[in-house]
Design a protein around this ligand. Sequence first.
Ligand SMILES: NC(=O)c1ccc[n+]([C@@H]2O[C@H](COP(=O)([O-])OP(=O)(O)OC[C@H]3O[C@@H](n4cnc5c(N)ncnc54)[C@H](O)[C@@H]3O)[C@@H](O)[C@H]2O)c1
Length: 441
Amino acid sequence: MNVTIVGTGYVGLVTGCCLAEAGHRVVCVDNDESKVAGLQKGVVPIFEPGLEELVSSNVAAGRLSFTTDLADGVREAKAIFLALPTPPQADGSADLTAVLAVAKQLGKHLPDDYCVVINKSTVPVGTAEAVRKAIAANAKSEFDVVSNPEFLREGLAVKDFREPERVVVGVTSKRAEAVMRELYASFINASRPLYVTDPATAELSKYAANTFLVTKISFMNEMARLSELMGADVDVLRQVIGADSRIGHKFLYPGIGSGGSCFPKDVRALKHMSDEHGYDFKLITAAMNVNEKQPLVLVDKINEHFESDLKVKSFAIWGLAFKPNTDDIRDAPALVIIDALLKAGAKVTAYDPEAGGHVRQIYADNKAVKIVDEKYQALKAADALLIATEWPEFAEADLKKVAGALKQPVIFDGRNIFQPKDVQKAGFAYYSIGRRPVGAA
Ligand SMILES: NC(=O)c1ccc[n+]([C@@H]2O[C@H](COP(=O)([O-])OP(=O)(O)OC[C@H]3O[C@@H](n4cnc5c(N)ncnc54)[C@H](O)[C@@H]3O)[C@@H](O)[C@H]2O)c1
């Protein structure tokens, strides 16, 4: 099928590559000229395992191309995906400016034959209809709008797209459903179902999924706090409750909160939608509040250890991305921690395998923040090491080398990557989340 993807970011580029790999002919459109120029030369602007290979092989096979020209990009399309940003506005609602602006332009450029416009962005209930109206204002040919929210996880995006746990399509016609079935034919089977529903249910399902996940994490973060107060070990607790198949082991890891481009914004957007309908969704407010404060739990531990005297202290931070295997730093807990430390007068030297460049740009004018390119380099003369992202290379670190480089052997582990007994044996004072501190005076 001839497919156009408008918006070539984390979702759009992965969608485009995976559909091209499945045999569709895909044109990716983006209004960022430098991004498109780079992609045309094979430069992939984001870090996502397996993506670079898919871009180069599908470009070489003639199934994938990139352009900034929307009219040209959609000329032959039967399916047009919108994978555009929907960032949060000050009141928490999703900003639909990009989605509606592209929809308005699309009306003028729709192909002569019937096509479907597929909303892959995470958008509030009612957006499919708003997009339909915006296109219809200028359209001369027939089209349908489909809601097809994306559930991929950054870091596993290619695998998630190609082996989805489910695909959801919200349609208003059998004709649109047939196009969606054809598009996804090679990705779905008996254990990877395609759910066909109305656009409102499809749109809401994405917010429901993300809000549930944040609630699960926030629940565990509260259990972690309670475990600390009661002298229990949240790590064991997590395994015990996770063994119950009704609960499951996934997403039960306490830490410094979940960030990223989706969770915080989607939770706030669902709260906003809920308020608009006059419904006080109490769980969302609680989950959101716990998550927002969670990065500061680590800062509280640091203050306690150093008796709230962080001036002239220097901290090494391992991990800046909001989670491992991505370079995405949107709403990353590490940034909240850095800002709190800077406010308290401390200095920070940080390392991340993929996200360092982005953070360097944010603090370019701040001499108190240094980003280095190697993990042990970050430790030089630091008063303590903080773990903010659970990249595998951190868990495999040589603890003797870490202790030797730090001014004092102290670790504040926001992701519980080490076993307390191991770090204690290596001579550290070690603070983690929901487990008893070890080695502290
Ligand atoms: N990142 C994720 O893990 C993820 C997962 C599921 C759903 N989503 C949702 O998918 C949507 C896209 O997210 P993302 O992370 O891919 O965003 P992104 O910022 O990485 O990509 C968006 C792309 O759209 C382009 N763009 C913006 N305005 C444009 C316009 N007018 N015309 C053409 N291109 C334009 C940008 O240049 C950018 O390349 C959001 O609604 C997000 O909530 C994201």
